[in-house]
Design a protein around this ligand. Structure first.
Ligand code: TYM
Length: 348
């Protein structure tokens, strides 16, 4: 197959999309709805490059055997989500050396301590830890290198990564200003709905793989039955009405968001469907939001059954081949950008 028909990122009128996921823990419904589902929509329209960012994962300690397993599993999750390697490039960050080379160069020639000190995710992840790696602090610079190597136009991510993409824009502009034009300035693409899926146990905190309790998240690898139970046990708000109100009903707003994205029904349609159901269920054994939660649990269960059939359908060997092919296709693009950067610095 020729490169163009495989949607190879390269000189073309199509815009380039770049994004990635860390193989650092359980992938959950938040990752899927905030990022992966958006990637799937984009792959037919843009030149898409999706990376498994293993160098980001080692910013915190990982068990080596588990990490190498998870790298393959993340690719299977991409594939089960609907990313098609005939349309989009899938590769592993550590297979393309230019990422770490550019990260070091940006560390020296563009990033400032003051920029990184502002990053809220580092403050959260580094808080209350006795020893924090330099890599964790520097992590957004590696992310900037990932994005900038491919002349990226759009970076589809969840809301928690927006600050990092803004930093990428700052670093690119600063380098261009100080050394001459090399980098394209990328834009962030955040979904209107689903950019911040909240924890099922606490709607004030995002759904997160590092949450202390598994009741916080629906893992994409949870058994469908266990996931349905988690929905049924999810925290709700006071009152009875099924209504999207982010401020007054954050828990119901979160469940409505998940429901709407999985079913394709709008908030309005869902509100209509459950109008008047609250009071009838008040005091009933299923609880006041009973029918709504039962239906959503069924929606999640169905989604996971289908997802996991696809997930189990890929072999490790297939995945290894996809990764090798992907790296071979993007390496020349990354190298070309790196060469331009090194020329500007006088180190080529
Ligand atoms: P990571 O691995 O933490 O998350 C992967 C993607 O999932 C999104 N996400 C969510 N979206 C909605 N609701 C949630 N609760 C939720 N939790 C996570 C994230 O926003 C992300 O889009 N630094 C990145 C990985 C990365 C990257 C890149 C991304 C490295 N280089 C270059 C884009 C471009 C990260 O740790 O994502």
């Amino acid at each position: 197959m020729d490169l163009e028909s495989k949607n190879q990122a390269g000189p073309s009128v199509k815009k380039t999309v770049f994004s990635g996921v860390q193989p650092s823990g359980i992938l959950h419904l938040g990752n899927y709805l905030g990022a992966l589902a958006q990637w799937v929509e984009m792959q037919s329209k843009y030149h898409c490059i999706f990376c498994v960012v293993d160098y980001h994962a080692i910013t915190v300690k990982q068990k080596p055997e588990e990490l190498s397993r998870r790298i393959l599993d993340v690719v299977k999750i991409y594939l089960a989500s609907g990313i098609n390697p005939e349309k989009a490039v899938i590769f592993r960050q550590s297979d393309v050396k230019a990422h770490v080379e550019l990260a070091w160069i940006l560390n020296c020639a563009a990033a400032r301590m003051a920029d990184l000190n502002k990053m809220t995710q580092f403050k959260e992840k580094g808080a209350n830890k006795e020893s924090v790696s330099v890599g964790l602090f520097d992590y957004p610079v590696l992310m900037a290198a990932d994005i900038l190597l491919y002349n990226t136009d759009l970076v589809p991510v969840g809301e928690d990564q927006v600050q990092h993409v803004e930093l990428t824009r700052t670093l690119a502009s600063r380098f261009n200003r100080d050394y001459g034009q090399v980098f394209k300035i990328p834009a962030v693409a955040v979904r209107k709905q689903g950019a911040r899926i909240m924890g099922l146990d606490d709607p004030t905190k995002k759904m997160s793989k590092s949450a202390s309790s598994p009741a916080n998240y629906i893992a994409l690898t949870d058994t469908p039955e266990a996931a349905a139970k988690k929905i049924k046990r999810a925290v709700t708000d006071s009152g009875k009405e099924i209504k999207f109100d982010q401020n007054k009903k954050p828990a119901i707003a979160n469940l409505l968001t998940i429901y709407s994205l999985l079913s394709g029904l709008s908030f309005k349609e869902l509100e209509e469907k459950y109008r008047g159901q609250g009071p009838a269920y008040a005091g009933a054994s299923a609880g006041k939001y009973g029918e709504f939660k039962n239906d959503l649990a069924e929606e999640v269960r169905k989604f996971l059954v289908e997802f996991q059939i696809k997930y189990r359908g890929f072999t490790d060997d297939e995945v290894r081949e996809i990764l090798q092919d992907g790296a071979d296709r993007v390496r020349p693009i990354a190298q070309e950008t790196l060469n331009k950067v090194k020329n500007k610095l006088g180190i080529n």
